[in-house]
Design a protein around this ligand. Structure first.
Ligand code: FES
Ligand code: FES
Length: 192
């Protein structure tokens, strides 16, 4: 592990949304501040700065993590993905973003960038989650506007489309005995 002097300027190079970037920080600089203030990636929001709200979530080498709980010096030479890269440089929204838009899964949008990054990681590791699993995943995020129901709908709809199921079909992962099993997604979530 490298040693840094207090206040020493440190140049950090990393891959941000597929592009080589670098900037200068101090050893105490948070990744969230480095992204926003030094690299101009202001899509990553900062709420609590205590690892609670999830607003600052980015992907580090593919894994969703809190940027406010990570030091910039810890991501030297690593791959960082933020909401700005979610559509992979295309001129349209990703399927997940489009599902959020369709389902009105945001209001003020402050929490949305972090939630999208967690969902993007989660759906790669768990391509066909149940409603309960999605709700559990989202428990790491605070949204003060939506009541979560529309966010859950958007995530399930994305998973359904990626798995070739018509929107509204019950995910294979739902088991008898779980809340809402057997009901179409829309109906379950309206009752949530
Ligand atoms: S700002 Fe990082 S978890 Fe709230
Ligand atoms: S949409 Fe406003 S905090 Fe989530």
């Amino acid at each position: 592990m490298k040693n840094y002097r207090k206040g020493q300027p440190i140049r950090i190079a990393l891959t941000l949304n597929g592009q080589q970037r670098s900037g200068v920080c101090e050893s105490r600089t948070l990744l969230s501040d480095f992204l926003r203030h030094d690299l101009g990636a202001t899509g990553t929001h900062v709420g609590c700065e205590h690892g609670v709200c999830g607003a600052c979530t980015v992907r580090i080498d593919g894994v969703a993590q809190r940027a406010c709980m990570t030091l910039a010096v810890q991501v030297e030479d690593r791959r960082i993905d933020t909401v700005e890269g979610l559509n992979r440089g295309q001129d349209r929204l990703s399927d997940l973003q489009e599902a959020f838009r369709r389902n009105h899964a945001l209001q003020c949008g402050f929490c949305t960038a972090g939630i999208l990054m967690s969902c993007a990681d989660y759906l790669e590791r768990k391509p066909d989650p149940s409603e309960l699993e999605v709700r559990e995943m989202l428990s790491g995020h605070l949204c003060r506007c939506t009541g979560y129901t529309n966010i859950v709908m958007a995530v399930l709809e994305t998973a359904a489309a990626r798995n070739g199921r018509p929107v509204g079909a019950t995910p294979a992962a739902d088991k008898p005995g779980q809340a809402g099993v057997g009901m179409p997604e829309q109906a379950k979530l309206v009752n949530a």
